[in-house]
Design a protein around this ligand. Sequence first.
Ligand code: BGC
Length: 754
Amino acid sequence: MDIRKLVSQMTLEEKAGMLNGRDFWHLKGVERLGIPPVMVTDGPHGLRKQVAQADHLGINASVPATAFPTAAALACSFDRELVGEVGQALGDLCQQEDVAVILGPGANIKRSPLCGRNFEYFSEDPYLAGEIAAAHIRGVQSRNVGTSLKHFAMNNQETRRMTVDVTCDERAKREIYLAAFERAVRKGKPWTVMCSYNKIDGVYSSENAWLLRDVLRGEWGFDGYTMTDWGACNDHVRGVAAGLNLAMPSLGDAADAEVVRAVREGRLSEQVVDDAVAEVLDVVFRYAEHRRKDPDFSLGAQHHLARKVARECAVLLKNDGTLPLSSNRKIAFIGAFAAAPRYQGGGSSHINAYEVTPALEAVRSVAQVSYAQGYAADANDADAKLLGEAVALASVSDVAVVFAGLPDSFESEGFDRTHLRMPDCQNELIEALCAVNDHVVVVLHNGAPVEMPWADKVSAILEMYLGGQAVGGAAVDLLFGAVSPSGKLAETFPLRLEDNPSYLNFPGDGDRVTYAEGVYVGYRWYDARRMPVRFPFGHGLSYTTFAYGNLRLSADTLMQDGELEVSVDVTNTGRFGAKEIAQLYVHSAHAGVSRPEQELKGFEKVYLAPGETRTVTFRLCSRDFAYYNTDIHDWYAEGGAYELRVGASSRDIRLTAAVELAPGKPLPVHVTLDSTFADIRKIPGGEKVYGPVLGDVFKAFGLMDNAAMGGGAAAMAESLLTGTPLHSMKSYTDGRLTDEMLVEMVRQLNDMQK
Ligand code: BGC
């Protein structure tokens, strides 16, 4: 399809129409030119195609589809291939239902565990979030269906999400919040990106030329179209001028007319409109030209896939050996979620699952269990009768498996949580069960971390998250050891909410929120503060044990444009075939800027039979050592020594190795009269310029005569001088150093670095 030719055949009115939806879920088509009115819809954990009444809150019914594990669970698989398989299944559903773009995945960072929508996001870590998002995107798009990476950007809370203005320093933006999107865009190449509702530094995302043009297209090479989140359009013409392609849902005909008028009055360039339309049409035809009306898949097979995926995502947080269960013991299943699991979150991602497997049903083919409801699913307060029945049952059972977590009313799109507690009735139930039974196993269904006051009393905790429609079957598979748990946490579980770095600045004051914690998000904060946590990032147990050995590097020194291979041998030292997720963290020993203690830069998941050893290999490049330098507004990898840490979690590092990064281009020092001696001293060859000019200053500080001053005094003089700005140096030379001399020196120092 010759897109440019097509655009040249369109009237200005038709072009304006392509930048504004037709209705709730469709773009406009232009029949006379063969442009089809394609559909876009939610996502992202299944397909939410509404056939009758449209809404973006997941209220009205949609076609039956598979509900896969939610993003919060998916990330815990640390498995790019598996997430790709989910993407392919979603793509198949879209082809079958004639959906051109599925809205998602969400790559927003879990800044606070309180965000009501965290179940739709992957991680507190941008590398993991970006890798998993890219895998999801590649999977869907391999079926010639587009994705819409969302919510771009800095949408990290639900409170006042449509108006809140986010203030965040440049490093945190780049290293944390944008980094996840950057990785997803560069590696996944999404066909579309969805702008978030909120403002960033006072500008709505959908009107943010820096975000949409400079960063997304200019730096990251995005070549699809951007659309607003549903209703996120503020000023359409301003948005289009800033690089927005499509307003959704439709703003009505008046918006088309407004774009036409803006072009006619010279307020909006027609070239900008043409480019924006071409970007939309390019994506429309990527889909339209590859329609597969009857893709080869069955919902039954997708249900099996959903069960497999849920198994791979579950995280065994604690186990004293009670798991796996033996089916000939007297086992009680307790809790409303055993009979009706909470397997997905509320809001726009809500899927009309065509089949749901509760654990109580799945267990029938494995073991005989007795059941007590224990609590009312949607209540906070305990029900004495339900509680009593459950305790009575637990007291005559060998093992009590309690299915607990968060009900819908506790977390959802649209609002944030205010605390991390589970309902009182569930906490009370678990405590009461522990009082009568020594083998209490807790299975959790929740979209985000909860406080676990009973954690030390129970025998085992299996975190299933919101694990999709087959989660009950997956839980049974894991509980009885059909497979070993192998997921690891994609986020930290703090001991208490107050420990979280965003605690004092979430959700902000009115329409302002300041990300005062900077780059210290998630484990970056807990590690820097050496704080105890309930369960650390990357943590997850198994029914077997693994040994790590023979850590080796392909070279001792990594060149700035080179690649380093880091290999480690992982051995299954137990008796259970299982998968391990080996993680690689980079620790920077440099003091140039404040940096996190360690950052995840690689992970690999491998299956190992008992006794088997396999080599896991990670690949690093200088960007994996870089921080975002706010002087040059670019990534900068300081040369020098780094430590590579390989382990089973962020707090279970098994092996370390030193590596040297070759020096990069020296950072230019932007010299002004406010620059200190320490600053200008960094300029290679600079002493030739400043030496002759500052001679009197050095004398004044006694630096010409160091020996006479003795160690301490000399060190003090030196430190005083290094902190002295150029404009103050005049004061120490009896007027011999003049403004003119300093200004000329500043000019020369800047020039010599060009
Ligand atoms: C959500 C998006 C969703 C859209 C369409 C919005 O409220 O923020 O994630 O894709 O609605 O349902």
